[in-house]
Design a protein around this ligand. Structure first.
Ligand code: BG6
Length: 473
């Protein structure tokens, strides 16, 4: 089917995973810059002091900083209507708490937005994508400290005012719900959890600070430019009950509520839902709030709901049925009906249709899929081509189901495929786990000349966009 006029087809990236130039143009170190490379089997490490001789993939990444004209031209050639990118907070406020911004950093994004405009591409900007100024981690333990709200709002005010005529679509925090799980403390909140500390208490406190900061940013953004469309961004971790045993059904509902719905409810509806309050009480999580916080949450609700979707998992209340599967942020159980990617993420296109309906039924506001894609190993043939039919199949199957959801009545704004150009994997730090329509010559250890070349999927996606979603063959 054809999508409605103005549907935002495009691709998505994050500064810390593709921009590089980590110490150029006055940029300061971010949390991402303190994370080493890793692999499938050996996890990334957080090194509060940089180690000599250790490889840090964000430092150079794929050097969009030095290649942005070439890259944007290729996005334009594919016909992108939108490009999701994030601003490196530390390019604007190197330590996070300065009172004056770094002009060189601001100028860089002016150039990027101008280049996008030249190519007919509308930017969609994530304000904070897994990148907190490391200075704020050192001073306040990242978002665990309330002081960070003010720093973030100053950063938002700076970029809203500077780019108010260049950017219309904003997302306040990438995958804000990653703070509901252990893995997300440092990546999502710049929070270091010391031995013996209660991770959940710190994380939910940090999450509250992000909710307040997000609501303040939404309110402020609308004052600066009433045409701004500001959204939330949730990592939708779709979970099925493994069986129809009511215990499995309730377990799946509870996990969905805490991991997925809690954040959407606060950011879309403007208040903590009852199940969250019960969860906090049962877990002894006593969130410190200031007078006025709950009013701010109500005043700063988002205009649209965006999310990432890669896979689904299953849950079971039965201790004998716990065969684990891997996943985005969070694992779960193997679903016998699904196949998995090379990284163990279970591929479930129909789950996207289910998830879109599930979200829209609840919130009734425009929805956007801002991440979806397949991390895979690509091979360059002797003639230089890369025949990534597996990626085309994955994307086609998901787009088909997304279109079904639109037929179901979901108000869908757009679709930005994740990692439209090969970039550093967030979870493993690898380059080998490639998502792109565009291949970048760089390996896990940083070797390669960083030249770019289109894969077969590049030409396929170009047709998809040109036909507005009709030609998926
Ligand atoms: C999302 C993140 O969780 O998944 C991205 O927003 C990330 O930053 C993407 O890259 C894919 O995950 P990974 O671990 O394969 O890079």
């Amino acid at each position: 089917m054809k999508m409605k006029e103005g549907f935002l087809w495009g691709g998505a990236t994050a500064a810390n995973q593709f921009e590089g130039g980590w110490n150029k143009g006055g940029k300061g170190p971010s949390t991402a810059d303190m994370m080493t490379g890793g692999t499938h089997t050996s996890p990334r490490r957080i090194t509060p002091i940089l180690e000599e001789g250790t490889y840090y993939p964000s430092h150079e990444a794929i050097d969009f900083y030095g290649h942005y004209k070439e890259d944007i031209k290729m996005f334009g050639d594919m016909g992108f209507k939108t490009f999701r990118m994030s601003i490196n907070w530390t390019r604007i406020f190197p330590n996070g708490d300065e009172l004056e911004p770094n002009e060189e950093g601001l100028k860089f994004y002016d150039d990027v937005f101008d280049e996008l405009k030249k190519n007919g591409i509308e930017p969609l900007v994530t304000i904070s994508h897994y990148e907190t100024p490391f200075g704020l981690t050192q001073k306040y333990n990242g978002w665990a400290g309330r002081e960070v709200i003010e720093c973030y709002v100053r950063y938002c005010e700076t970029i809203f005012k500077r780019y108010k005529d260049k950017v219309k679509y904003w997302l306040t925090f990438n995958e804000i719900n990653c703070l509901t799980i252990d893995f997300g403390a440092f990546m999502g909140g710049g929070v270091l959890v010391k031995e013996g500390e209660d991770s959940a208490k710190l994380r939910f406190q940090a999450l509250h600070h992000q909710f307040v900061a997000s609501a303040k940013a939404v309110k402020l953004g609308h004052e600066i430019n009433p045409d701004f469309k500001i959204g939330c961004m949730i990592a939708y971790m779709t979970l099925y009950p493994l069986t129809c045993n009511p215990d499995d059904i309730l377990l799946a509902q509870k996990a969905d509520q805490i991991q997925n719905m809690l954040c959407g409810d606060v950011q879309v509806r403007g208040y903590y839902p009852g199940f969250a309050l019960r969860h906090f009480e049962e877990k002894g999580i006593d969130i410190k709030m200031e007078a006025g916080d709950l009013d701010i949450l109500k005043e700063g609700t988002v205009d649209f709901y965006s999310f990432s979707y890669y896979m689904s998992n299953a849950v079971s209340a039965d201790p004998a049925k716990q065969e684990e599967a891997k996943g985005n942020l969070l694992g779960g159980l193997k679903n016998p009906y699904l196949k998995a990617s090379d990284w163990g993420w279970q591929i479930d296109p129909k789950g996207l249709r289910w998830t879109l309906n599930h979200i829209y039924d609840r919130y009734q506001i425009p929805v956007m899929v801002v991440e979806n894609g397949l991390g895979a190993v690509d091979v360059i043939e002797d003639d230089g081509s890369i025949n990534d039919d597996y990626r085309i199949d994955y994307l086609r199957d998901h787009i088909v189901e997304m279109e079904e959801a639109v037929k179901d009545g979901v108000e869908l704004m757009g679709y930005t495929m994740w990692g439209c150009i090969d970039l550093v994997s967030a979870s493993t730090g690898e380059m080998k786990k490639r998502y792109g329509f565009i291949y970048v010559d760089k390996d896990n250890d940083g070797n390669g000349d960083m030249s770019r070349r289109p894969k077969k999927s590049f030409y396929w996606y170009k047709k998809v966009i040109a036909s507005n979603g009709e030609d998926l063959v």
